[in-house]
Each structure stands twice: as structure tokens, then as C-alpha cells.
Design a binder for this molecule. Structure first.
Ligand SMILES: Cc1cc2nc3c(=O)[nH]c(=O)nc-3n(C[C@H](O)[C@H](O)[C@H](O)COP(=O)(O)OP(=O)(O)OC[C@H]3O[C@@H](n4cnc5c(N)ncnc54)[C@H](O)[C@@H]3O)c2cc1C
Length: 465
């Protein structure tokens, strides 16, 4: 008899776990609340167009592609790996170097920053500021503390007061971690960009033909090939326990009654806070519950879609924008996947980091600012037949936030119950974000399951994974 695993949720974290366990000889059942796999990478239909609900950029190296290759999940990738940079008041869009780190980034910045047109004194001042920052990055003193340390903006401000440079790093921080640099722990910046964290990096990417959900569909095929099941439209109501172990989950039996799915191991992709709810009050112990409640905070985002008759932007590349009110990145979706708009229209998505990622959003102001940014980035928006298709404000209480936890403040994959695990974008080691984090959490959880994981010792810290 195969050991049984039940996975709650068919997001990237859940599907990666399911495919790894299925290949390792488990009988896997995935229960997904909604009628499709992919979670926040699923496709949504707006005005007849099939558009991404969340993730667009697939990191071409690291945790997720390695795992997909290992389990044999197949899908078509369209590498992009070019980013064009725009700075308010600069000389328009400039192509970023693909490699070369901070040094190349600063060279490019000097170019955008008025290039030869800027006055000699301005250029000298800028070069000095950049040299100082370059040096500070080589030895980031005072940033290596944990969450209690300075924010990235506080750390950077010790080395420069140049507003454009600060805007550049604000954009990079938001592009990578979806939070404001003035609210974001500096230690995570260095954890993410360190050489040791190459599996975590989100700088070499592509788009998935058919949308990012094709990744989860391919993982679902692997599960089915191994005789596992994906049960869609099957919300899990609760997790059951006996003698300090999880024994399975309760789902709807289709007639309004309860059905118990028994399992040797239960893995939740619903998010660590939701797992507490499914486990029921007290089931995971007061100490674990308090740690999760204190630590896990969601990250909001604003997603704007625009369509146009002519392309707003021609290159096969993503956009990084500095100095706007909210928008920090944009993706010309149909330049890479023209089949997404079969009628020949052009579609772009714009990603805005809210005024504060810690407070509930002022929806009206976020909408105004994000739309204003689209027009600032493309002054010819209307001349090209542009119109705003949708502005989606994913506030702190939205199921489809950009991240379920703040960078650097994730939960462990282990819980206080030996055979209950959490996976997803809020359960990866420091430095990881987004879908690479979800994949990495699956890898960690499955390694522990296969090694016959023992319960997290009571004194295990959130970092001690
Ligand atoms: C606008 C936006 C843009 C983004 N862009 C990118 C990007 O370009 N690249 C990138 O890598 N990442 C991006 N992300 C982040 C990425 O989408 C997420 O990090 C990732 O999809 C999270 O996966 P997950 O496995 O943690 O959870 P989720 O995708 O949230 O999956 C959890 C699943 O669990 C299900 N579930 C919850 N409760 C239950 C229950 N009780 N019973 C059954 N099922 C349940 C949910 O329905 C869901 O399907 C973006 C996100 C957003 C919102």
C-alpha cells in the first residue's frame, strides 16, 4: 500500500509538493477550493481576454525549473531576460545590461540620467554618489541584522541622498519583493542578491505560453500519471487530528455532508494563517499559533491592465520604471504571447506598489495614481488607442495578494504537528520570494517528509528550517 498524502490547495507550492510526493511513491490527493489549478498563477478572463491573475515572469533558473525538470513536468517557455529601464525626467527607455550586477546597473543609470546632456557638475556629483554606493554594496555593514535591523531605504540613505538613485533602488526593491524599500528589511535585500541565493533570484526569466497556470497543469499531469487525484471545486473544511498527529482532512461529500479523506501526511498550501483556521482553535498549540499570527503579514499590490490598438512599447522585454507614484514594473504581454489577444490588440500589465504595504489601501487613490502612472510612462497612450481595461486592487484581505508573507519573515514548512506541513510563497528560506519561494518550500517539505520528519522542536526558530 502506498502511503497517502493530502495536499490542501493547487497553487504552485501545492502542485510542486504533489508532483514530488507522487514521484516518490505516495498516493497523492490534491483538494482545490476553486475549479482550476494554479492558485495565484491562474488565468482570468477580462473583456474576453485570457489574462494572468498573478505571476507572469517564470524564473528560468533555480528552484522551480529544477523541480519541474526532475518530475518531468513539461510546458513551453518564452525566455525574455531583457529589461528596459525608464526614469522620470530621463531620456526615455534604455535597455538594461543582462548581467553585471550593481556596477552595470549604476553605469546604465548614469546614462539614463540625462547622459551627456546633464551638466558637468551634476555628472561629477552623480559619479561620486554611485562610487559610494558601489563600495557600500560590497560590504553592507549594518544591514545584516534580522527583521529588527534597518529598512533598505534607511540603510541606503546612509550612503546617498541622491533622489534619483533612491528612486532607482525603490523600483528594484519593489520589482523583486513587491514591497516599498522604506518598509522592507535591508537584510533581505542582501539575502536575495547574495551569490549564495542564486536559486532565489528573479532576474533571468521568461513567460509561459498558455499562461503561468500551464506549469501547475503540467505538474497535475505528473500527479495523474502516478495515479494521484486532483479534486477541483473541493474546499477543505478542516484538518483532523488524533493523538497529536494529523489523520486527514474533511471535505464536502457532494450531498452537503462531510467526507473524511484519511492521510499519513497533510500538506497545506492555503497559507500558514489559513492552516491555523483549518486546524481549529488550539490544535497547533498556543506558542506556534502566536508565532505565526505575529509573523505572517500579507503584501498587497495593484495590477492594471491596458489594451491599445498600436503597441505602447515595441521591444520583447519587461519594463522597470523609477520615479513614478506607484508603478514599478510593466509587461507588454502580447509582445511575448501575441495569441493572448487573438483580435490583434496589444495588452500590457502594470504592477504598482501601494503607498504603504502595511496599511489597508485607499482604493480610490491607488486607482488614480496607478492610472496616472500609465499615462506618465506612455504620454502617447490615447493617440495609440490605449484604454484602461481593469485596475485590480489586491488589498491586505484579498485572497490573491502578491505575497502571503513579508520578505524575510516567512514561516517554517514544519508545524507543531509532526505530519502536518505548510508550503507556498510564505514558507521559504530568507531571500526567496514568489513562485521560486513556493517551489523551494515544496522541496524542503518533501525532503522532511521523505526523511521521516520529526516534530519541530519547541525551541525551533522561524529561521531554523
Ligand atoms: C499581481 C501579481 C503578480 C505576480 N507576479 C509574479 C511574477 O511575475 N512571478 C512570480 O514568480 N510570482 C509572481 N507573483 C506571485 C505568485 O503568483 C505567488 O507567489 C504564487 O503563485 C504563490 O503560490 P502559492 O503556492 O504560495 O499559493 P497560491 O497560488 O495562493 O495557492 C493556494 C491555493 O490554495 C487554495 N486553497 C486555499 N484554501 C483552501 C481550502 N480550504 N481548500 C482547498 N483549497 C484551498 C487556493 O484556492 C489556491 O489555489 C505575482 C502575484 C500577483 C498577485
Amino acid at each position: 500500500m502506498k502511503p497517502k498524502a493530502v495536499i490542501i490547495g493547487a497553487g504552485v507550492g501545492g502542485m510542486c509538493t504533489a508532483a514530488l510526493l507522487a514521484r516518490a511513491g505516495y498516493h497523492v490527493t490534491v483538494c482545490e477550493r476553486i475549479d482550476t489549478v494554479g492558485g495565484r498563477t491562474r488565468t482570468q478572463v477580462i473583456d474576453g481576454l485570457r489574462l494572468p491573475r498573478g505571476a507572469v515572469s517564470f524564473q528560468l533558473t533555480g528552484a522551480l525549473p529544477k523541480l519541474c525538470e526532475e518530475v518531468g513536468a513539461k510546458f513551453e517557455l518564452r525566455p525574455i531576460s531583457k529589461t528596459w529601464f525608464w526614469l522620470r525626467g530621463g531620456d526615455g527607455f534604455v535597455e538594461l545590461p543582462e548581467r553585471g550586477g550593481i556596477k552595470k546597473m549604476l553605469e546604465m543609470f548614469a546614462h539614463v540620467h540625462g547622459g551627456n546632456k546633464a551638466g558637468a557638475m551634476t555628472q561629477v556629483g552623480l559619479q561620486m554618489a554611485m562610487a559610494k554606493i558601489g563600495k557600500a554594496f560590497k560590504n553592507p555593514e549594518g544591514a545584516a541584522d534580522d527583521a529588527g535591523g534597518p529598512t533598505f531605504r534607511e540603510w541606503l540613505s546612509r550612503h546617498t541622498d541622491n533622489e534619483d538613485l533612491l528612486a532607482l533602488f525603490h523600483a528594484i526593491t519593489s520589482a523583486v519583493s513587491a514591497v516599498n524599500d522604506f518598509e522592507y528589511p535591508a537584510h533581505h535585500w542582501f539575502a536575495h542578491f547574495s551569490q549564495a541565493a542564486m536559486d532565489a533570484r528573479v532576474d533571468h526569466f521568461g513567460m509561459v505560453a498558455g499562461g503561468f497556470e500551464a506549469v501547475s497543469q503540467a505538474l497535475a499531469d505528473v500527479v495523474r500519471e502516478c495515479e494521484g487525484e486532483i479534486r477541483l471545486s473541493t474546499p477543505v473544511r478542516s484538518i483532523q487530528f488524533e493523538n497529536g498527529r494529523a489523520t486527514g482532512v474533511v471535505i464536502d461529500d457532494g450531498d452537503g455532508g462531510d467526507e473524511l479523506l484519511k492521510a499519513d501526511v497533510v500538506v497545506s498550501n492555503a497559507g500558514p494563517r489559513a492552516t491555523l483556521g483549518l486546524a481549529g482553535e488550539g490544535a497547533l498549540g498556543a506558542e506556534y499559533t502566536q508565532r505565526i499570527e505575529a509573523r505572517i503579514k500579507p503584501v498587497p499590490i495593484v495590477l492594471t491592465f491596458a489594451v491599445s490598438d498600436e503597441p505602447l512599447f515595441e521591444p520583447y522585454a519587461s519594463i522597470l520604471a523609477a520615479g513614478l507614484e506607484r508603478v514599478v514594473t510593466a509587461m507588454p504581454l502580447t509582445n511575448i504571447c501575441p495569441e493572448w489577444a487573438p483580435d490583434g490588440r496589444h495588452v500590457m500589465s502594470f504592477y504598482g506598489t501601494p503607498k504603504s504595504c502595511l496599511e489597508p489601501l485607499d482604493h480610490e487613490d491607488e486607482r488614480r495614481a496607478n492610472i496616472a502612472d500609465v499615462h506618465a510612462l506612455f504620454p502617447d497612450f490615447e493617440a495609440k488607442g490605449g484604454r484602461i481595461l481593469d485596475v485590480q486592487i489586491r488589498d491586505l484581505n484579498d485572497a490573491d495578494v502578491v505575497a502571503r508573507a513579508w520578505p524575510g519573515q516567512h514561516a517554517p514548512v514544519t508545524t507543531s504537528v509532526e505530519n502536518l506541513f505548510n508550503v507556498g510563497d510564505s514558507c521559504a528560506p530568507d531571500g526567496f520570494v514568489a513562485t521560486p519561494a513556493a517551489a523551494m518550500s515544496a522541496r524542503l517539505a518533501v525532503d522532511k517528509i521523505l526523511a521521516g520528519a520529526s516534530a519541530a522542536p519547541a525551541n525551533e526558530t522561524m529561521e531554523g528550517r
